[in-house]
Design a protein around this ligand. Structure first.
Ligand code: GUN
Ligand code: FE
Length: 436
């Protein structure tokens, strides 16, 4: 597959824009040896029917937290971090353990059709570098963040010893990734201040300066939980807002991915828009650890760029399709609170999971749809396996198999999982092999 020219045949589905899907039936897509789409030809008179849909992007996921997926009990953010998250992340300083965790995480996200992930690893440089190596060898497109956290919010056993050492360790991971993928064709470092309460002001200033120097992306958390927001007010009394904390440290730029943004104000949304920073909406996590209901329609109306994140293991699932369906359901809860237009459609949540996510991670020119010049990131979907087909039983043809394409996609969004993703490609390489 890799290094060969390939012709893909069948039906291709991608998001045309926020409101509509585009279906290319009876179509051939030609991919060159570098994994770039060089031609899309419709009306091929095919007799075969395979369904290939757009790649999915996870714009916020903690690879290091995979063993805890589904475990959060009655905690909310700040006690969840102390009870479950910091001990697990600290234990991945053991690179043998990290290798097992990261391998399983990459295999699982790929099997769900996540072709690109913006990962948080841990504070350990060797274990973070290992995550980069593994993504490269599995062929998953990834942003790899060595987590920075130097305040006493976190325990002694899991903390950067100083702002200087956190910066030096971040640079060490950047250098490692430059050595394994010099052009960042697949793997890119991402500057990762965990969140404002975890980072001293000197650390945030130095990471902001590093962004200016390197033009690398940044990822962090913002306004996820009300207690967190109170803490930020206490820690940064002179800041106009949580968003202003990041802005005043040079951390708010077009390459910044802000996870959650559940409780941001009008003024904060305006500042995020002005800086062209991006938002990763993490609905499964926001419900699981009781953070709140993010107002996605409100964000979109303000012209903010929004993608989806699993936020595993704040979120319980490694699947971005699960995040899409949770985004749809959470938007209905916002609507039931009195704002009927808050409801997101199937098309809209799929857009957030694909093209929206591509924009959030700064790769909208490279991935997210099936256009000439884009790279071949795609998943093959067996729509029939979510009861869309009679499977040869003539007695069932009136019950299964009558659905329109729109209805097939709807059934996939609500019932699909890794079993309906039969194959996955990233940059032209087959990374999940066809299953029957
Ligand atoms: N805020 C700071 N760290 C984390 C984390 O690991 N997960 C989530 N959901 N929020 C955070
Ligand atoms: Fe997170």
């Amino acid at each position: 597959m890799e290094g060969q020219r390939t012709l893909f045949l069948g039906t291709f589905v991608h998001c045309q824009n926020l409101d509509s899907l585009e279906y290319f039936h009876d179509t051939g897509v030609f991919v060159d040896e570098k994994g770039t789409i060089v031609a899309v030809k419709q009306r091929c008179n095919l007799t075969i029917a395979v369904e290939t849909v757009m790649p999915e992007l996870d714009s916020h996921i903690h690879a290091s937290q995979y063993p805890n997926a589904g475990i959060f009990g009655k905690t909310t953010l700040l006690d969840w971090l102390n009870k479950y998250t910091f001990p697990l992340e600290a234990s991945l300083a053991d690179t043998d353990k990290a290798k097992k965790v990261y391998t399983r995480c990459i295999e699982r996200t790929l099997s769900h059709g996540t072709t690109t992930a913006a990962y948080y690893a841990t504070i350990s440089v060797p274990s973070t570098n290992l995550l980069a190596d593994l993504c490269l060898s599995f062929g998953q497109r990834a942003f790899i963040g060595r987590v920075c956290m130097d305040t006493d919010l976190q325990p002694d056993f899991y903390r950067d010893s100083s702002a200087e050492s956190a910066l030096a360790d971040t640079k060490a991971t950047i250098a490692h990734i430059a050595s394994i993928d010099p052009t960042h064709s697949l793997i890119c470092p991402i500057i990762t201040p965990r969140f404002a309460p975890s980072c001293s002001s000197p650390l945030m200033h130095s990471l902001g300066a590093l962004q200016k120097e390197t033009n690398l992306p940044i990822q962090t958390h913002i306004s996820e939980n009300k207690n967190e927001n109170e803490l930020v007010k206490k820690l940064f009394p002179d800041a106009a807002s949580y968003t202003d904390v990041y802005d005043s440290h040079g951390l708010l730029c077009p390459k910044t991915i802000l996870a959650h943004a559940v409780h941001i104000t009008e003024e904060e949304a305006a500042l995020i828009k002005k800086r062209q920073a991006k938002i990763s909406h993490c609905p499964a996590s926001n419900s699981a650890i009781t953070s709140g209901t993010a107002k996605v329609r409100w964000m979109l109306e303000k012209g903010l760029d929004v993608g989806l994140g699993t936020d595993m293991s704040g979120g319980y699932s490694a699947s971005i399709l699960e995040a899409a369906r949770q985004a749809l359901l959470v938007s209905r809860h916002v609507a039931m609170g009195g704002d009927d237009k808050a409801k997101l459609s199937i098309e809209e949540v799929l857009y957030l999971a694909t093209r929206g996510g591509a924009k959030v991670v700064g790769l909208e020119d490279k991935i997210g749809g099936f256009e000439v010049g884009k790279e071949w990131d795609a998943q093959l979907i067996a729509l029939g396996s979510v009861d869309n087909e009679s499977k040869g039983d003539k007695g069932l043809v009136d019950i299964f198999g009558w659905e329109s394409w729109e209805e097939k996609i709807a059934k996939w969004v609500f019932n699909g999982d890794d079993r309906t993703t039969s194959a996955v490609w990233v940059k032209g390489r087959l990374v999940v092999h066809e299953r029957q």
